[in-house]
Ligand binder design. Structure first.
Ligand code: FAD
Length: 567
């Protein structure tokens, strides 16, 4: 029988010559000789992260086959698509989180251990990770411990990318975690209360009621929409004397908001926000955030500074610092995102897998897909394409890999044809004859910079599920290496590569209207899509408990409105 888990399970062993001191060792239980004679030796699987990727992996893993340990600084899973609803009080924070121990407890099979700590270093040579917990101290008083693994699943997500813009960390809110959403909610209410104080003049009140959202992607747009709903449907009644002073600005560096969606959705969203009085500033890049004013740049206007009361920064994601260090160790220092192969194995790193926002699949498969698109477009088999055909190819690529388009936009390019022109020094040419080799060369420039699959919960959970299925079959495949003929032989992997199935995406636009872009280029915008959004997100909840809580929050909001108190 195995011992029960828990932090008391930490064995203190004299450590590691490498660290030169006493280091706590997280004991998985499987090394304790007295307790495991009747257990077959199981390989140690360590999972980093309890978000979409990590949790889906764990829920699908046959835990009887492995000795599983989970490490994450948060002891719950959060349903991130509803974070914007938490900022306005439409949904309560508790309703979108599920304790990870409750999720793990439901797993049939072997016991899974959870340590509330963060990993700060991966040591692939010794197959070991270094962790730190804020909750307790070891003999050295620093709460650090080591965990050995046979297989490591890295699912640590990403951090918000500030592009090193001065003042962002100090003065802006992010919207990534449940705590962020709670802080934003409090901050909105503080701005209203501050603007109501008797000794302020009109300008000061206006400043406090100017809410700025930086980033016109799905998160920024949804947040701006939900803030607008909160203000017009609830706060306007509670603060009648200042409601006319409220202003919401949405700032985006590209020419449009929601660029990863179909153009019809982009235009509908921009028109709707215009009608709602949300000031959408496209083509503006924020260059500095001071305590009281945001400075942005536009080629036509130059620098302009606007006073603000609260700012939310939502301009995309970046790699976590310890993953950057890990990438340097394994020869991926020139990349932006941790690269895996199509089986989600980190390149050049034995036993390490990565899923979700922290990883990207190396472009070989992407290149094959793109070559295929190119071949289909090249109807006369001449090996070159006209400008119109190039545009069609690009549209096809952008649908499958929206990140390519975003990258080109961030480089102020209209497409890969532009990239090829500049690579060939033909920047002035009106039209370009593009052959497949030039096309591939141009794309390889993009490869090291871009995360080819979108950073969404959909991708992370499909990857988690895929990886768990591979792990479930791994032992069997090892014991029967002869396998079916199609998977035998040199250089082939035992499992089919990961294939992403895009199930569509939503962009809630406020006023009970949502835009939905579903597979097959099916676009739906309006109230009916809002009901589709409600049903999909109710269905996707991780447990019946959170499903009931979320639905009851929505019902409460319909009947009583949103709660403006912040406790
Ligand atoms: P995460 O879910 O972020 O999980 C990362 C985990 O790693 C966390 O548990 C974290 O605590 C843990 N961790 C962090 N550092 C360490 C460390 N050092 N050691 C160990 N563990 C660590 N996607 C959609 O598909 N649809 C949507 O509608 C949608 N809406 C969104 C709205 C918002 C506001 C946000 C922020 C995201 C939204 N997303 C949406 C994106 C989606 O949330 C992410 O793509 C998804 O969470 C990625 O999953 P992940 O497992 O890679 O990372």
């Amino acid at each position: 029988r195995r011992r029960p888990g828990g932090i008391s399970n930490l064995l203190l062993v004299v450590a590691a010559a490498s660290s030169g001191g006493l280091v706590a060792y997280a004991d998985s239980g499987s090394d304790a000789a007295v307790e495991k004679p009747q257990l077959p030796q199981r390989k140690k699987v360590v999972v980093l992260g309890t978000g979409w990727g990590g949790t889906t992996f764990l829920r699908n893993l046959d835990t009887r086959l492995y000795d599983v340990q989970v490490i994450s600084p948060r002891n719950y899973f959060a349903f991130t698509p509803l974070l914007p609803s938490v900022t306005s009080g439409t949904v309560e924070p508790r309703s979108i989180v599920e304790p990870i121990r409750r999720i793990l407890e439901k797993q049939k099979g072997g016991e899974i251990k959870f340590w509330e700590a963060e990993c700060f270093k991966i040591d692939p040579q010794n197959k070991r990770i270094h962790c730190r917990s804020d909750l307790g101290t070891n003999l050295e008083g620093n709460g650090e411990f080591l965990v050995d693994y046979d297989y490591l699943v890295v699912a640590v997500g990403a951090r918000t990318n500030t592009f090193n813009t001065p003042g962002v960390v100090e003065n802006c809110h992010f919207l990534k975690e449940v705590e962020d959403a709670q802080k934003i909610r409090r901050s909105v209410m503080d701005c209203f209360e501050k603007a109501s104080l008797p000794f302020l003049d009109e300008e000061e009140r206006k400043k406090n009621l100017h809410f700025v959202v930086v980033g016109g992607g799905p998160t920024g747009v949804e947040f701006a929409a939900s803030l607008h709903d909160f203000v017009t449907e609830d706060l306007a009644k509670l603060y009648p004397s200042i409601q006319h002073l409220v202003k919401i600005s949405l700032i985006e560096a590209a020419d449009h908001i929601l660029t990863m969606f179909d153009k019809r959705i982009t235009h509908f969203a921009e028109d709707k926000f215009g009608r709602d009085g949300i000031d959408v500033k496209t083509g503006y890049k924020v260059v500095k955030v001071a305590k009281d004013a945001i400075t942005m740049q536009n080629p036509a206007t130059g620098d302009i500074s606007v006073p603000y009361g609260m700012a939310v920064w939502s301009t995309g994601i970046g790699t976590r610092p310890f993953i950057v260090e890990f990438m340097k160790q394994i020869g991926q220092g020139n990349r932006r995102v941790l690269a895996t192969d199509e089986w989600l194995r980190v390149l050049e790193c034995d036993g390490v897998y990565a899923v979700g926002d922290c990883a990207t699949i190396n472009q070989r498969r992407v290149m094959e897909d793109i070559s295929e698109i190119f071949k289909v477009a090249d109807k006369d088999k001449s090996g070159t394409l006209t400008v119109k055909e190039i545009q069609d190819v690009l549209d096809d690529i952008y649908v499958r890999y929206p990140q390519v388009q975003l990258y080109l936009k961030s480089k102020q390019m209209n497409g890969i044809a532009d990239l090829v022109r500049s690579a060939k020094g033909d920047a002035e040419k009106e039209s370009v004859e593009l052959n497949i080799e030039e096309f591939k060369k141009a794309l390889s420039l993009v490869d090291s910079q871009v995360k080819f699959l979108p950073a969404t919960a959909q991708v992370a959970s499909q990857q988690g599920q895929y990886l768990a299925r591979c792990f479930n079959k791994m032992k069997d495949a090892e014991e029967h290496p002869e396998g079916p003929i199609r998977i035998r032989g040199e250089g082939r992997h035992r499992f089919r590569p990961f294939r992403y199935r895009h199930l569509g995406q939503f962009a809630p636009l406020g006023g009970e209207q949502t835009a939905a872009q579903l597979p097959g280029d099916w676009i739906s915008i309006g109230h009916s899509s809002q009901w589709l959004w409600y049903s999909v997100y109710a269905t996707k909840q991780i447990s019946w408990r959170t499903r009931m809580l979320v639905v009851s929050d929505w019902t409460r909001r319909f009947i009583f409105g949103r709660d403006s108190s912040c406790i």
